[in-house]
Every structure is written in structure tokens, then in C-alpha cells.
Design a protein around this ligand. Sequence first.
Ligand SMILES: Cc1ncc(COP(=O)(O)O)c(C=O)c1O
Length: 483
Amino acid sequence: MTELPADPRDPRGLRHDAPMLAAWLDFTRQAEADDLLPMSVPGHKQRQDLVGAVVAGDAPFYGGLDTIKHADNLRVESERRAAELWGADWCRFSVAGSTHGNQALALAVGQPGQEVIINRTLHRSLLLGLVLAGLRPVWVRPDIDPVSGLPAGVAVPAVRDALAAHPDACAVFLGDPTYVGTISDLAGHAAVAHEAGVPLIVDAAWAAHLGFHPELPPHAIAAGADAMVTSAHKALPAYTQGALVLARTERLAAARLDRAFEATHTTSPTGSIMASIDAARALLAADGEWLCGRLIRGVAAARKRLREVPGVDVLDGPGVEPTKLVVLLAGTGAHGNRVEAAIIAAGMPVEMADRDTVVPIPTIADDEDQIARFAEVLIDAIGRHRGAPRQLTVAASWTVEPQTVLAPREAFFAPNETVPAAAAIGRVSAELIAPYPPGVPVLAPGELITAAAVDALREVAADGGRIAYAADPSLHTFQVVVG
Ligand SMILES: Cc1ncc(COP(=O)(O)O)c(C=O)c1O
């Protein structure tokens, strides 16, 4: 291979193992040199004199990274490399997040009307996947840790019992790790699913780094799952929206997976997102163990330091993946939203905060000093907002016990009407309503609206939380199924 001169835009030389990245670097260099006059989309034509720098680096995958006729060869080669790294038979890169990946996997199993075993603490994207695919959920629930009020993984016997009670179910879908980094026995889940003759599919949105260091749990494919979706933009240094869908083809057919993936993916993926997934995969292959080791050490030190602060606790132990930092505030009396505002003001936005919890997302991009610096700013913010220690309350997202009256798809398409909150109780919800984050629906299409669910949502709103996807986020009215 001819050695290219070092490119400051690719400081680690990842292009040698990342064909999409190499193509993106070449295309954007040509564009920057003003050597292109594209008579094709995107409409900005690589010019920055119209809408400005906001389109810098945008290169279409088809017709930019390679010609429209040949770009699939480039795609197949990069996705093959990712499949190999994760030990999968099939892989696709998505520019539409794990949201799209979850929906593609819902479309890849069974037939409309069939049941799937699935955890109710699922992300809303997967619930909408059930709507798209017409699958009927059989809910399983995680255990709630009484000390933290947060969900643990789903226990294997819960899935085994559900499969025994629903022998026609066509798949098991689990979210693992949970939003707060707790993990379940995926190998055990794979064994019971396979005993029942169905695939295990894992929403591992937060876990693109798992399996790349001996102290980390294995990733879902290594644990025996048949498919997993993961957000390259969450745990890895990829562009926002970048995600991977990976599968084994013993129980899932490659052609059906492709059809399902293409059904809702854009026909115009951006090359920058695709190339960044490729680059993140090459980075993991080259330096994943070292980077994950650094992150594990940084988080371990932060957990230790935070625990020294009176009233502060952190999630820890063998059931929590070692790179997750979940900070528990009830013992300090500080309100998580106020603590969050203080750390945002210090330039350190976090992924999530509610009254009792703050969830920052350290990743392999952070070094130990950065994580330590964040911990000190957090400790200072907690100190400035201390109050009387309180009992923790368990968030509605983790405790919801829905009564499913209609399948999500039936309710989604049923005639509906808008009624005042008081009149909505006892009716069937036509809409999905989720405090976000974590994006776990408290009400889903087809579920009975109970006073408990309405009260729980109102509590979140009153406490400053975001009520997402509701037609009326003030919660004065609800959309219900007619009849
Ligand atoms: C468990 C889980 N699955 C899927 C998603 C969707 O991921 P994305 O934002 O990449 O579409 C999220 C987003 O936070 C999530 O928490």
C-alpha cells in the first residue's frame, strides 16, 4: 500500500482499516479544495456561502463516498468488518439511531398478531416497533433494587415462565444493559430462548463498548443473542444518530433482516455518519481495550470519590457494568434538577437528572482527569444544594404495571378522541407518553389509563421533568380509543 502523508483530520491513521472513513476523507478534501461541482444532491453543493458552516463535512454516502452505482460495495465491506469484530454474521450501519435499529429488528421477526416476550422498561422506539410490526407484547419486568429504586436486569426465570405460558411467541426482546447500566444474565436468556426455539434480540443501545475489555461483561452477540442494536453515538465516538444492527443468521434470515432494515431507513444516508461508525469500529479494533481500561479506571475512581461525600451513593457491584456512573442523591437532600442546572452552568451537561438521580455519561473519549474533574464539580453542586435527607421514590418509568387491553398496533390505528384527564381514567390510551429521559413509556397505546399512571406523570411534570410524545404535555387531556 502507498503510504499517504499523515492527515491531521485522521490523527490515528484509522483510514487504513476503515474504508468508509477513507472515502469520506478523500471526498471532503476534494470539496474543501473547491475541486467539485456536483450536479447531484445534497442541495448545498458543498458550498458554505449560503447556509454557512452548518453543512461542513456533509457528504452523501451514495454519490459522495462512492458513485451511486458502487457505494454498496463500500458499505458491504465496512459492515463486514464490523460483523467480524462483534462475531456476527450480518451487520448494517444505521444513520437513524438505535430507534431505527429496534424497529428494524421488530420487523425482522414473526408475523403480525404473533406474541413476543419483551421487557416493559423498553425504550419507546421498540414499543413503536411493535406498532409497525403488529407484534403483541407479553411483558416481563425487571426486579427493582429497594436501595436505589432503580431497575436491575430481567431475571432468567421470568423469561422462561413467559415462554412456557406463551409457546407461540416468536422472539424474546430485552433491553440490556438497562438505562442505568444494570445487566442481566444474557447467556441464561439466550439459553431459554433457544430452548424454546426463538431468537433473543437485545436492545444494547448503551453498550457498544461492552466485550472490549476483560473487566467488561461480554456484548450480547458474544453472550449468545441472535441480534443486537447499539448506538455508536452513545458509547463510542461516532456522529450523533450512528448505530449498528448486528445479527447471527441461524434463527434470523439475512434477507428478512435486510428487508426489515431497509423498510424504514433513509435512501440518502449521510456519509459522515456512516464513516464515523466505520471509524469508531476501527478505533475499537485497534485501541478498544486500552480506551475501555482507561474509562473503567476513571469511573471506579469517581465512584469511590463520590461515595466519600456524606449522603451520596452510586450504583455499583457485579450487576452494574463498570463504566456506568449513576449517582444517588436522596441522602443529600439535594434535588437532582438543581444539581443538574449547576453542572450545566459549569459547562458539563449530563444525560439525565431527576429528583434522586444524576446520570452523566462518561465514554472512552474521557480520560481519568476529565472524569475526576466532573466528579469535583458535581460534588460542589451537591454541596450547594443540600437539604434534609429524604426517602427515595421509585420513578414511574420503572414501576409501571400496565393493563394491556388492545395490542399496540390496534390502539395506534383505532379511532380516537381527546378527553379531559378525569374522563380518561378507565379508558384505553391511544398515545404513548414517556418521561424523557429515560424514554420508557408510562402509558402506551392499548393500555388502560389508570389514576396511578396519570398521577405518576403529573408528579414528573411538577418536578420539572419532560413529558415527551404526549399530544398534550400539560396532561390536562389525553387521547383515548373511541368506544
Ligand atoms: C434503551 C434505549 N434504546 C434505544 C434508544 C434509542 O437510541 P437512539 O437515540 O440512538 O435512536 C435509547 C435512547 O436513549 C435507549 O435508551
